[in-house]
Ligand binder design. Structure first.
Ligand code: SF4
Length: 355
């Protein structure tokens, strides 16, 4: 996987692009005016590994709430602005770390210039976030409908307006809910610019289909080296968005967070409750401070061999449970003690790693 070289853009204390890790971001789902709930949600997401958080700014009251939220937030905050350039100016005054502008609905060069000047003076980057649902009419007419080229042109038009104001602290996105359209648009965009790209499939759906669509779309792009920060959009809690984002990055071995539990699919040989044990381990060790792979396998005959590349594994039958490391059985225990015995073994590995 060769990552496309992009410029580095700093969002508060988090750098996007270049050789920096692919950043995970999400969006709050509370009303921004409800400062208390919003801060609570941000803190919870930050604990899960969310590195940048975006907030909708539908009105002046929401824009004026950003300062307090910024002060309480452990991660950089991004103001999502549509239609009204004045909200962008208030958000900047409130000290946000980044702006997101939709080129489909803030396109007057005079207003872009005002925002660019103010953002530049404060060292705040701007994401130009083109969205299939809000492309300008003239671009749709030019391309005879929604195409990858139309999405890219809409974004690049706004990028040029910013550049005309000597503003280059830019991140770009070209999202659609169609996976093929999004993939093609990002491929095209990535050939044309070296700004860092924020990638995502927009309105991807509820948890199950949305996770699959996002994984397919973002998986293709990331595997091709495209994308510097990801947001998984789900009609669900933002916690799920962050979890799915890390699973996608982990699947491509780009980033890992905590223990990765792999599990065999089970077959006629299985006499071990793989699903139940795997879920319990996932829950218990989600935030374990080591990047390790734990395998849960369905039988003792093939399990240890099939999962010998895992750092540690568990299998057994009925009440007999065996724990193995790199394919070799190291311990036998019973069903009740699975978690405590596993924890003991993980702690031993942690101990060795820390010496
Ligand atoms: S580990 Fe055992 S139970 Fe699981 S798929 Fe392989 S043979 Fe079947």
């Amino acid at each position: 996987m060769n990552r496309k070289k992009t410029r580095v853009v700093k969002v508060g204390n988090i750098a996007i692009g270049g050789d920096n890790p692919i950043r995970v971001q999400s969006m709050t789902k509370t009303p921004t005016v409800d400062i208390k709930s919003t801060v609570r949600q941000i803190k919870r997401l930050a604990k899960k590994g969310c590195e940048i958080i975006r907030l909708g700014v539908p009105d002046k009251e929401s824009a004026l709430a950003l300062g307090k939220i910024k002060k309480a937030s452990p991660i950089p905050i991004v103001a999502d602005i549509h239609f009204d350039y004045r909200l962008a100016l208030i958000a900047l005054e409130q000290g946000v770390d980044k702006l997101r502008l939709n080129p489909g609905n803030i396109k007057n060069p005079k207003y872009i210039s005002l925002i660019a000047k103010e953002a530049k003076a404060r060292g705040v980057p701007i994401r130009v976030g083109s969205n299939a649902g809000s492309l300008p009419k003239e671009i749709l007419e030019k391309y005879n409908g929604l195409t990858p080229e139309a999405l890219v042109e809409s974004a690049l038009h706004e990028v040029r307006l910013l550049e005309d104001n000597d503003f280059t602290d830019i991140v770009i996105s070209v999202k659609a809910s169609s996976v093929p359209l999004t993939v093609e648009a990002y491929r095209l965009l990535s050939q044309k610019v070296d700004y860092p790209l924020h990638i995502g499939i927009t309105e991807s759906g509820t948890v199950f289909p949305g996770t699959i669509r996002s994984s397919v779309g973002l998986g293709i792009l990331l595997y091709e080296g495209i994308g510097d920060t990801i947001r998984v959009s789900l009609a669900s809690s933002p916690d799920k968005e962050v979890e799915v984002a890390y699973e996608i990055l982990d699947s491509l071995e780009l980033r890992r967070k905590g223990i990765r539990v792999i599990a065999c699919p089970m077959c006629a040989r299985s006499h071990f409750p793989v699903q139940q044990v795997a879920k319990e381990i996932e829950r218990k060790f989600k935030n374990y401070p080591l990047n390790l792979v734990v395998a849960v396998m369905g039988c003792e005959v093939n399990g240890p061999g099939e999962a010998k590349w895992a750092d540690i594994g568990i299998t057994g039958s009925k009440d007999r449970v065996i724990i193995f490391r790199k394919g070799k059985i190291i311990k036998e225990t019973n069903f009740r003690n699975i978690i405590s015995e596993l924890e003991e073994e993980l702690d031993k590995i942690k101990e060795v790693n820390s010496n």
